[in-house]
Write a protein that binds this ligand. Structure first.
Ligand code: COS
Length: 386
């Protein structure tokens, strides 16, 4: 790896790698097959203090930032991109509170998320509001000292398993993107239920469910930030968590490359290991170059954000789109190097290829990311030529 790590980051990386190798590797095929939620691994993450990593020290965290969150996500994903999501999706759910929560909200919710005794989830997407996040139809109507939520959120990672949900809902129909607000909703609140658990192509160890709000009444002090700030809360959260998706993609790709190289050394055809065939060498070298380039951009972006970048949207989108495209290409090539064996469930690379696909889709499709990048380029040019 080209990037220097501090002692803390080095230790964190080694810890995450050890958990992935010792605890996750033996069970990843089981969870992929059964689609059960990996509570035994969640407990290991919690006991190892992994959920504390990105939480501020004032709230029982370790005070790391996006870089440390990404580092852990990458290492866990190197072994299983699905189980790793029980870590990464809780960060996504927690970030609106970390970034915009009041001191009271932070004190109330972050210590439990830091200890891992509770998981978080983030609820933006709806059936008719995917790429067009401003198309949200879930409403939150003010009623005295409460808000009453109505609507359905779709494809929520950690849905049903998490205790703490950060939810974006419309508070004013007339105000476009300024008509949304963000709320904290706790599992068990009357009027808050869950739809069916989705069956997925990949990341099958993760739980994906609908959230259903039917006259769900929550105290007004569960609103995060001012009324009307919900879209900004969502966008600024995603700017800080897309590097996490990118790190997940880098991890999946790294796992696939290592599996492919190991296989290529052992597999003999034409009287020699296939790693000595130029066609295979070209593929392995290409995979390694792409992973290193993607990892570099992820790390630089995470450090840029942690250094206090005011508008990290462009780099966040760049690293997410680049790393997830790399993961799709690398995992596909890993299956190719394994040949017929790669297509079989006896080897891990077909799962890695299935797991990689979602990284091009969620937290904003790569087409949306390219739109974000292009809009920013145009804006920058307009500002420069003023
Ligand atoms: N940070 C802060 N504010 C932002 C922002 C960002 N990254 N991006 C947009 N905003 C603000 C804009 O400045 C604007 O504010 P004002 O009303 O004060 O001017 C407001 O938000 C609306 O912005 P915009 O007009 O650009 O919004 P669009 O409706 O055109 O949507 C995209 C922009 C497409 C980028 C957005 O809808 C998006 O990210 N979609 C993908 C959503 C997604 O990731 N879904 C996955 C589910 S979450 S797991």
């Amino acid at each position: 790896m080209l990037v220097e790590l501090t002692d803390f980051q080095q230790e964190l990386r080694e810890l995450a790698r050890r958990i992935a190798e010792e605890k996750m590797k033996p069970v990843r095929a089981h969870y992929d097959e059964t689609e059960e939620f990996p509570w035994d691994i969640v407990r290991v993450y919690a006991q190892s203090d992994l959920y504390r990593v990105y939480i501020p020290e004032d709230y029982e965290g370790l005070g790391g930032g996006v870089f440390e969150m990404a580092l852990v996500t990458e290492e866990l994903s190197r072994v299983c991109g699905g189980i790793a999501l029980a870590f990464a999706a809780s960060a996504l759910g927690a970030y609106p509170i970390i970034l915009f929560g009041s001191d009271e909200q932070k004190a109330r919710y972050l210590p439990d998320l830091a200890s891992g005794s509770k998981l978080a989830a983030f609820a933006l997407t709806e059936a008719h509001a995917g790429s067009d996040a401003a198309g949200i139809e879930t409403t939150a109507a003010r009623d005295g000292e409460s808000y009453v939520l109505n609507g359905t959120k779709q494809w929520i990672t950690n849905g049903g398993e998490a205790e703490t949900y950060t939810v974006i809902a419309r508070t004013d129909k007339t105000k476009g993107a300024r008509g949304f607000s963000a709320f904290i909703v706790e599992k068990g609140t009357d009027g808050f239920g869950f739809g069916k658990k989705e069956r997925k192509m990949g990341i099958r160890a993760s739980a994906t469910r609908e959230l259903v709000f039917a006259d769900c009444r929550i105290p007004a002090d569960h609103r995060i930030a001012r009324e009307g700030m919900g879209f900004k809360v969502a966008m600024e959260t995603l700017d800080r968590t897309r590097p996490g998706v990118a790190a997940q993609a880098v991890g999946i790709a790294q796992g696939a490359l290592e599996a492919a190289v190991q296989y290529a050394r052992q597999r003999r055809q034409f009287n020699s290991p296939i790693s000595s065939l130029q066609a295979v060498q070209q593929m392995m070298a290409e995979m390694a170059m792409q992973i290193e380039a993607a990892r570099s951009l992820v790390y630089l972006t995470a450090r840029h954000i942690d250094a206090g970048a005011r508008n990290p949207a462009k780099y966040s989108a760049m690293c997410k789109a680049l790393a997830s495209d790399v993961a799709m290409k690398v995992t596909t090539d890993a299956v190719q190097i394994f040949g017929g064996y790669g297509y079989m469930k006896d080897y891990p690379v077909e799962k890695m290829m299935r797991d990689a696909k979602i990284t091009q889709i969620y937290e904003g499709t790569n087409q949306v990311q390219r739109g974000v990048i292009a809009r920013q380029l145009v804006k920058e040019l307009a500002t420069a030529s003023r």
